[in-house]
Design a protein. Structure first.
Length: 203
């Protein structure tokens, strides 16, 4: 007996939210952009659109292809590990030389650079494929005729999460007028990125 549509949607929503609502490279980047109020809407939209594409690919059956070719995951894992460690090193450098949040005095980062970093943090992380393409794809297909409704629920959770994280972080801007607060945030980001990179390389 198939589950009622509202239940399928809710299952997709809750499952997706549980997977993405954790401290990670992508979330840390969105948080930082929100605090700096730099291209927040574009970053949120890009993250949500990326999840949409990955979840749709998983539901369409691409997850089975990824699972059948572990070498692809290995290459992505090593590349992602190197990128995360490098990004963590940059965050550590910022932590030792913190700045204040002064939008009038600091030129915003170029949109192209922000988008490139966001895409790299998203698609160079093999866990993204395992969570969205493989896991969510497999769970969605368990619902057979309701698999796309499950996917809609999962994508909705992604939109809600990234919008809340990015635009909610803008409220923290006054707190980040002090260099010490930036030092703490960049220190946390550095530790998270390096730890994730080492975990990917060694796992």
């Amino acid at each position: 007996m198939s589950s009622p549509p509202p239940m399928v949607f809710a299952t997709g929503f809750v499952t997706s939210l549980a997977l993405i609502a954790a401290i990670g490279a992508q979330n840390a980047f969105v948080l930082r952009q929100g605090i700096r109020r730099e291209h927040v809407g574009t970053v949120v939209a890009l993250c949500a659109a990326s999840d949409l594409a990955l979840i749709a690919a998983g539901i369409a059956g691409f997850g089975a292809i990824v699972a059948a070719h572990p070498d692809v995951v290995t290459v992505a894992k090593l590349g992602g590990a190197a990128f995360l460690v490098g990004y963590g090193a940059l965050a550590a450098k910022r932590a030792f030389r913190p700045a204040t949040l002064a939008p009038a005095a600091v030129a915003p980062a170029r949109l192209t650079g922000v988008l490139a970093t966001c895409l790299a943090l998203t698609f160079l992380n093999p866990h993204v494929y395992l969570d969205t393409v493989v896991l969510l794809g497999a769970l969605a297909n368990e619902h057979r005729q309701g698999r796309w409704l499950f996917g809609i629920g999962a994508v909705t959770a992604s939109v809600v999460w990234f919008a809340t994280l990015g635009f909610g972080a803008t409220k923290l801007s006054p707190l980040f007028a002090k260099p010490s607060t930036w030092r703490a945030l960049d220190g946390l980001i550095a530790g998270t990125m390096v730890a994730l990179g080492c975990y990917l390389a060694l796992s």
